[in-house]
Design a binder for this molecule. Structure first.
Ligand SMILES: NC(=O)c1ccc[n+]([C@@H]2O[C@H](COP(=O)([O-])OP(=O)(O)OC[C@H]3O[C@@H](n4cnc5c(N)ncnc54)[C@H](O)[C@@H]3O)[C@@H](O)[C@H]2O)c1
Length: 422
């Protein structure tokens, strides 16, 4: 078995996770190179993959200017810088494992798909939920025919208030044009799962939602611009940034270099200038904090999806001609099971437990490991890839159309929408 040589571009949390997992599968992968302008991240990558001879570069351009070093490039730079390195890597002859979202604008998503096709290169998108035991079980149950034909799906994703503030108010994915709309940056996974399970082309999308809460008009009286500036509301504020020194400390490792081991004083000093120290009501965020989309598919089946800052976990309900399925966070809380199926004819109820040791289905639920397990086969056989570029483009189109529908207050026909963005 020939080992796949991997190189990483953008060694943030995601790429380091994938490369570390790859290093734990030495029969399949060899991690050979990495690029990141932050020296400490390169050092951490070397440590995690256990390869002191890892070839390190400061920028993607330098890695891609060198002779071809690997078979597959893992690209985990920020959202607005996915397409450019991906095209350069493909031109150099690399196949690519690309983080989602594919791009922050639909025209770039469609452009990348055309370039990959022209160059004949493989691009696998990190739609990790497709590789998680929980969603694989749902897909298998639907394919078994136990639910009959799918008539409608209702799904939702609760981001959780502090997570929302960390990522979509103060953080990386708060503001266009650097960030994609929330329904893409947070929920392209969920739209992808709906499209995958229903296995039909989506024909039109309607949507509602807005940025309702995290705005200046909701700032409590007397709140300063930063939580470290003596805010009178720190004791009663869900979003108090000083929470990074206590309950929310685990987030620091992804945003503050050395954050995992920093003292509370060091964290507070960092918060005084970091964007994560800002009052959530005085940020420059513009992405929605709640949104609902409804979709119609080619055979007449429908789906609704809601993403909201003010709930927690993922849920999915699938109604079919022979039965209905309830699954996810609420099902687990109420019944202890991950998935419940009621059959219409017999009234029988079956409960399923899924091994979600990899983190529970409200995280990636074993999807990161699942993806790295699958990557070898995806890259070395000729079958269509599970989360290949074309499959993933479809759910991105749904998400971008949903955001346009929300902003324009109208139903969007997907074929027309694609033509407009080609
Ligand atoms: N699949 C998932 O479920 C999932 C989860 C979270 C994030 N993501 C996505 O993964 C991507 C990475 O997220 P992250 O949290 O690891 O981000 P991050 O900001 O921690 O990491 C990005 C890294 O890219 C580096 N970088 C910037 N410019 C570079 C260049 N020219 N050459 C090389 N490196 C460069 C930065 O220094 C940084 O270390 C994002 O697109 C994000 O949306 C996906």
């Amino acid at each position: 078995m020939k080992r796949l040589r991997l190189a990483g571009i953008g060694c943030g949390g995601r790429t380091r996770t994938y490369l570390e997992l790859a290093a734990q599968m030495p029969e399949r992968y060899e991690v050979v190179a990495a690029a990141d302008p932050r020296e400490e991240r390169l050092q951490d990558t070397c440590k995690r993959v256990g390869n002191p001879n890892l070839r390190c570069f400061a920028f993607d351009e330098e890695l891609l200017a060198a002779e071809k070093l690997a078979d597959v490039i893992v690209i985990g730079t920020q959202d607005a810088y996915h397409v450019e390195p991906c095209i350069k890597a493909m031109k150099k002859g690399y196949d690519v494992l690309l983080e989602k979202p594919i791009a922050t604008h639909l025209k770039d998503v469609l452009h990348l798909e055309r370039v990959a096709e022209k160059l004949g290169r493989k691009v696998l998108i990190c739609h990790v939920l497709r590789y998680s035991p929980f969603y694989c079980k749902i897909k298998d149950l639907v394919a078994s025919g136990i639910l009959g034909d799918i008539i409608t799906i209702n799904a939702d994703e609760g981001i959780g208030p502090f997570h929302m503030s960390h990522s979509y108010v103060r953080g990386h994915w708060a503001k266009s044009p650097d960030a994609a709309p929330l329904i893409i940056s947070k929920s392209c996974h969920d739209l992808d799962i709906i499209r995958w399970v229903i296995d039909q082309n989506c024909v039109s999308v309607a949507s509602h939602g807005s940025l309702m809460h995290f705005t200046e008009s909701n700032a409590p009286e007397g709140a300063p611009k930063r939580c470290t500036d003596g805010c009178p509301h720190t004791q009663n504020c869900t979003y108090n940034a000083l929470g990074y020194t206590k309950r929310h400390r685990s987030w620091l490792q992804w945003i503050m270099d050395g954050g995992a081991d920093a003292s509370n004083d060091e964290v507070i000093e960092w918060l005084k200038t970091s964007k994560w120290g800002r009052c959530v009501y005085y940020c420059d965020n513009d992405v929605a904090d709640h949104q609902t989309a409804s979709m119609v598919f080619e055979n007449g089946a429908t789906a609704t999806f809601t993403v909201s800052a003010f709930s927690h976990g993922r849920n999915i309900e699938i109604q079919g001609t022979k039965g209905r399925m309830y699954a996810g966070h609420n099902t687990k809380c109420q019944s202890g099971s991950d998935i419940i199926i009621h059959e219409h004819l017999t009234g029988n109820t079956t409960q399923y437990h899924v091994n979600t040791d990899g983190g529970g289905y409200d995280g990636h639920g074993g999807g990161d490991v699942g993806l790295m397990n699958a990557l070898y086969d995806e890259m070395t056989n000729d079958k269509p890839m599970c989360s290949g570029l074309s499959a993933s483009v479809e759910s991105h189109v749904i998400g971008y159309a949903a955001d346009a529908a929300r902003l324009e207050g109208r139903l969007i026909n997907l074929k027309e929408f694609i033509l407009k963005h080609m």
